[in-house]
Design a protein around this ligand. Structure first.
Ligand SMILES: Cc1cc2nc3c(=O)[nH]c(=O)nc-3n(C[C@H](O)[C@H](O)[C@H](O)COP(=O)(O)O)c2cc1C
Length: 226
């Protein structure tokens, strides 16, 4: 059943969100799930390259296996949906760059000159690994992580906006997640997002550091006062 909770002010959603420990088994409505995923796909990315991939895990047995790859975290099995966010460091050169150029062209965003500039820039920027760790370049791992977490956050906030609760997770063994979900070796597992309805009371707010300590004014270290 689709939720009636839509279009809450964004800051209300941001302030109300808590990482959820326990979930009811009630499924996530398919249209809501589609909207959550679409919100992620609308995220910005460098050169619009969209190097993210997502595996939506709803099958209870698969969630059970995924839980084992996530240090036994109960929420992975309890939540009706777990979105596994991935980053593909090689996608740009195996089709994504040309597809991005093609869709940009269709919308009048990209012409021949711009396309050539983009190809040159990306071959220079992404085609020169900063090192080698067995096929996954650490620079590009950071790069895909940077992009994918924005899409991930879009999804998390859209889910909250639609009245669901969420749990972001980094507690997993990447190689085990790859095995369970049949993910190719070159693809990075970035984070897991459990989505569903909270079971029990909301977790208390853990608080945040004060702005003046964290945000700086023109130079690093000089606290911004607003
Ligand atoms: C990237 C990321 C990874 C996280 N990984 C886990 C995790 O594996 N297990 C867990 O219980 N909580 C995890 N958390 C939840 C954090 O502990 C939680 O967000 C933080 O304590 C702040 O609480 P709040 O989200 O309720 O405000 C993660 C959060 C983020 C953003």
């Amino acid at each position: 059943m689709a939720t009636a909770v839509v279009d809450r002010p964004l800051f209300d959603v941001v302030r109300a969100r808590r990482a959820t420990s326990n979930f009811e088994s009630q499924p996530v409505d398919e249209q809501d799930l589609k909207q959550i995923l679409q919100a992620g796909l609308e995220a910005p990315s460098a050169y619009n390259l969209q190097p993210w991939r997502f595996v939506v895990v709803r099958d209870p047995e698969q969630r059970g296996r995924l839980r084992q790859a996530a240090f036994g975290q109960l929420k992975v099995e309890e939540a009706p949906v777990v979105i596994v966010a991935l980053g593909d460091p090689e996608g740009w050169k195996s089709g994504d760059m040309e597809q991005m150029i093609a869709i940009g062209r269709e919308r009048g965003m990209i012409n021949d000159d711009v396309a050539e500039t983009i190809r040159g820039n990306l071959n220079g920027f992404l085609g020169n690994p900063n090192g080698d760790v067995g096929g996954v370049d650490p620079g590009l791992s950071n790069w895909v992580n940077r992009q994918t977490m924005i899409a991930f956050t879009h999804m998390m906030l859209m889910a909250e906006n639609l009245g669901y609760n969420t749990a972001p997770m980094e507690g997993f063994v990447e190689s085990k997640v790859r095995e369970v979900l049949e993910i190719p070796a070159h693809i990075r597992v970035v984070a897991l997002l459990a989505i569903g309805r909270r079971k029990g009371d909301s977790k208390p707010y853990g608080g945040r550091f004060p702005m003046a300590q964290i945000v700086f004014d023109n130079v690093f270290g000089k606290g911004l006062k607003l």
